[in-house]
Design a protein. Sequence first.
Length: 364
Amino acid sequence: MKIITVVGARPQFVKAATVSRAIIEHNKTNPSNAIEELIVHTGQHYDANMSDVFFDEMEIPKPVYSLGVGGGTHGAMTGRQLEKIEEVLLKEKPDYVLVYGDTNSTLAGALAAVKLHIPVVHVEAGLRSFNMQMPEEINRILTDQVSSILFCPTDTAINNLKNEGFENKNCQVINVGDVMYDAAMYYSSKSRKPSSVSADDGFALVTIHRADNTDNVDRLSNIVAALNEINLTTPVVCPVHPRTKKMILDLNIKPTFLMIDPVSYFEMIWLLKNCTVVVTDSGGLQKEAYFFKKYCVTIREQTEWVELTQAGVNKLVVAVKSNIVAEVSESLTNVNSISPFKDNIYGDGNAAKSIVSILIGRVL
């Protein structure tokens, strides 16, 4: 069996790493029924942390194809990726194309495959924020629609697809658990402290990157003012992209909290393990906070991870200073309450093994 895996951003490599490692383990014990996996990196996001060392530490093969397609508008980027991925698929003729999540690379890989009648396997299928203003929502809905196998991370995702009529479609919909949980558990022992952080624990981990927040002066000003106030009693550590940092520094309100350069995946795991609370507008970090039993305040009006809000471990908040401060304060009072974290919402840490077993079973 030959699989082409299409990825375009570091979080997708982390997800793909779990399945790549499961494929390698399968091949060791089943050489006569081995899976050939070829990784295609679209180049959607350039990440200086993704050097050769990254792949060695993640214990995954380096991309066979690096397409170098990043930047530009959503349409231009997706179109160029679609063209380049199609060239790879025509050459390699895989049995499956494997895509992850909800980026432009996800959609481009799915469209290129389905137009060539190659079955699409979507990992992290069925997520919905119900906000069509988010490009990710469009990507995930369209990818699900053309996929032959939809590997869902939660029961919520399964129900979303049922509500959209997927029971009547010619496809498989399976809850295998979340590959990001696999990754968090496996790589936890590799975590390392960022050199730019002096605190060993007791800090608030903050990430802000969504255009809805960073490109709106009023929202960003409220967020910075809130973080300044929180920093008076709980040290704030904020890994931040240079572009976002410049936008923050251009505000009338100056940050008094610690801003550091973007961190590696292993450094982020250390920050998650040792922080007291998480404040973010990221999709993935909401979930990773749960993996490490940390309460999270999410500066967004919707989330695709609704089971976390239902469990009471993730609070959505609008970008208003008083609201952010109040929610973080409440979360800090709940720090010692671990009861909401007892359920394994995202599986048992064996999602990747299940994915490989199911794919092998379809071929046998």
